[in-house]
Design a protein around this ligand. Structure first.
Ligand code: PRP
Length: 197
């Protein structure tokens, strides 16, 4: 079977340049903070972005992680979200930055902002690497965004399809997702070469 077609949507070089710029911008934003800002990465997709972003920041930061799940049938997101792993850090009086890999419908970020605001942060902002504006169901505040992307399925740089492909250093578009859904591992060899077979 022919593997599904992919296109490079954002190259590794463009990702690194944009993340460096965001890191500089965020360092400036928080440079006057009394305490280190708390960066909250939402597992799992944002981990690569977080790792590069904090190394592009020139100020002291605190990192924490949160895992959430949304429920629905047939892969549809109903907007019902639940916290699966909560933070270790208290947020009271802190400057808080939510770090996301992608904002799509906006339901996850809307939920997160509401729940984290309840914890009394001094400020609450969000940064996403990718913003799929065309898919938005609810308007949501988003202070920083790396790239606005079209409504196409993407993998790489943290983003997965059925848990694979997160470790690509670029973002690839997969225009025909149904072909990949039929054989989720069909891009492994084209992208990583033979070796595990
Ligand atoms: C992605 C992303 C956001 C959410 C955005 O997570 O990291 O949390 O989807 O979608 P929304 O705007 O439609 O709510 P995903 O569920 O793919 O989990 P993962 O990061 O563990 O792959």
């Amino acid at each position: 079977m022919t593997p599904p077609e992919t296109q490079v949507l954002i190259s590794s070089e463009d990702l690194q340049a944009r993340v460096a710029a965001l890191g500089a911008q965020l360092s400036e934003t928080y440079s006057a903070s009394k305490e280190a800002p708390v960066l909250i990465a939402i597992l799992k997709g944002s981990t690569l972005f977080l790792a590069d972003l904090i190394r592009a920041m020139s100020i002291d930061v605190v990192v924490d992680f949160m895992s959430i799940s949304s429920y629905g049938s047939d892969g549809e997101r109903p907007g019902v979200v639940r916290i699966m792993k909560d933070l270790d850090q208290p947020l009271e009086g802190r400057d808080v930055l939510i770090v996301e890999d992608i904002v799509d419908t906006g339901l996850t970020l809307t939920y997160l902002r509401k729940r984290l605001n309840e914890r009394g942060p001094r400020s609450l902002r969000a940064v996403t690497l990718l913003d799929k504006v065309a898919r938005r169901i609810v308007p949501v505040d988003l202070e920083y965004s790396g790239f606005e992307i079209p409504d196409v399925f993407v993998i790489g740089y943290g983003l997965d399809f059925q848990a694979r492909y997160r470790n690509l250093s670029k973002i690839l578009a997969v225009p025909d997702l149904s072909a990949l859904a039929m054989e989720p591992a069909s891009l492994v060899e084209p992208l990583f070469g033979p070796g595990l077979g």
